[in-house]
Design a protein around this ligand. Sequence first.
Ligand SMILES: CC(C)(COP(=O)(O)OP(=O)(O)OC[C@H]1O[C@@H](n2cnc3c(N)ncnc32)[C@H](O)[C@@H]1OP(=O)(O)O)[C@@H](O)C(=O)NCCC(=O)NCCS
Length: 169
Amino acid sequence: MNGLSIRPYAEGDIWVLEKTLGDPTQMVHLNGPESSEKLQKRHRKYVAMSADQHAGCMYTITMGPEKASVGNVGYWETEWDGQKGWETGWFVLPEFQGKGVATAAMRMLVDHVAALDRPFLFASPSVNNAPSNAICRKLGFVLVKKVDSEYPPGKPLRINVWRLDLKST
Ligand SMILES: CC(C)(COP(=O)(O)OP(=O)(O)OC[C@H]1O[C@@H](n2cnc3c(N)ncnc32)[C@H](O)[C@@H]1OP(=O)(O)O)[C@@H](O)C(=O)NCCC(=O)NCCS
């Protein structure tokens, strides 16, 4: 996608989290919005990950010559059934959704993590999150299983566990 890029999450990016993770309309598949306290904590964690990326990194997706922020994609350490990998997640501001932004940003993220030392990239959207499941399918993830999980901890969420083999991308 023309003019789209990703850069490590920065100090001034909390408003993007507020407009995605903080908005009830954007969190219908994740059991509701996060409190401002939780968003602050997440913000500090993402800034720290940008400074030391050994265990993952959150990126801000930017568009156009003015590099406007339009969402986030990221990766962090995980393990599923003894398989070490990276977990990924994505958010796009409502006004930029449906234009291929998440898919294009994820292709950049996949290129990056494929050069790292873990064999798999996992994604675990709600079984009802049609756009997220479509993104996994388009990027070549394989559906491993459906699991009754919790997100956030204590709130039930049925998820699809998708796995991308990074050594064959
Ligand atoms: C999920 C999300 C990041 C997708 O971002 P996006 O930039 O709009 O995604 P894209 O445009 O790259 O691709 C979405 C794909 O889903 C498809 N899609 C969208 N709604 C769909 C639906 N109801 N049923 C089936 N497919 C659907 C689109 O058609 C598109 O596929 P296509 O390019 O083959 O047509 C965005 O909707 C979002 O931020 N949602 C709220 C937060 C969220 O749920 N985050 C993910 C947590 S796992």
